[in-house]
Design a protein. Structure first.
Length: 203
């Protein structure tokens, strides 16, 4: 029993150290940017040693990936919460889109997910992360709408990627000062245009 308690305590300490590093890195990456942040600053801000950092992460890039993964996971949760009570599959897509744009207004999030993340980790790695989180929710929503006959059957992966890119672009323009409501209405119009009652497009 005592041995089990010690193992649990070690796991808790390990997780606490990891969380401190991620939180400190996130704060500094937002305040200064990834490029302008050094690992000595991160460990100093976290109240830890460089040895602790390299025990958990291979390098600064691996730490950025952990930060980005955490942010993407949180965005996906907010999308799901925002679309849970929708009255129809199309409404769920629209509500989920609004929730995404709202989630991306969290200070620093567009920089982490749409600027520094792709620039440092590469597009392929970011696509992998997106496929587990934000793009996963979009893909699932589109697939559900297709199954329900609410939108036309179109190639699912390309459609997810194209709509996801449109939402990302909207988040960046909102960050730059664009009208958030206007962006949401435009994106909602795109989704409504996929209605099964519309003509045109490929089946």
């Amino acid at each position: 029993m005592q041995q089990e308690s010690a193992r649990r305590s070690n796991r808790e300490r390990t997780e606490e150290t990891r969380e401190k590093l991620i939180a400190a890195a996130r704060r500094l990456f937002i305040e200064k940017s990834y490029a302008e942040t050094g690992t000595p600053e991160i460990v100093r801000s976290a109240g830890l040693t460089r040895g602790a950092l390299y025990h958990h992460f291979a390098d600064k890039q691996a730490l950025l990936q952990a930060v980005v993964e955490r942010e993407a996971e949180q965005v996906a949760k907010e999308i799901e919460q925002g679309s849970d009570d929708a009255a129809s599959p199309v409404r769920a897509l629209i509500d989920g889109g609004r929730a995404y744009l709202a989630a991306m207004t969290e200070p620093g999030r567009t920089r982490l997910l749409l600027l520094d993340g792709p620039a440092v980790l590469g597009r392929a790695r970011m696509d992998e992360i997106d496929s587990r989180h934000g793009n996963r929710t979009l893909r699932e929503g589109l697939a559900a709408a297709m199954r329900a006959g609410a939108i036309r059957r179109l190639p699912l992966d390309p459609l997810t990627g194209l709509l996801g890119a449109a939402f990302d672009r909207a988040a960046l323009t909102i960050e730059a000062g664009a009208d958030a409501d206007a962006c949401h209405r435009a994106l909602a119009g795109l989704i409504e245009g996929l209605s099964a009652g519309k003509t045109g497009g490929a089946d």
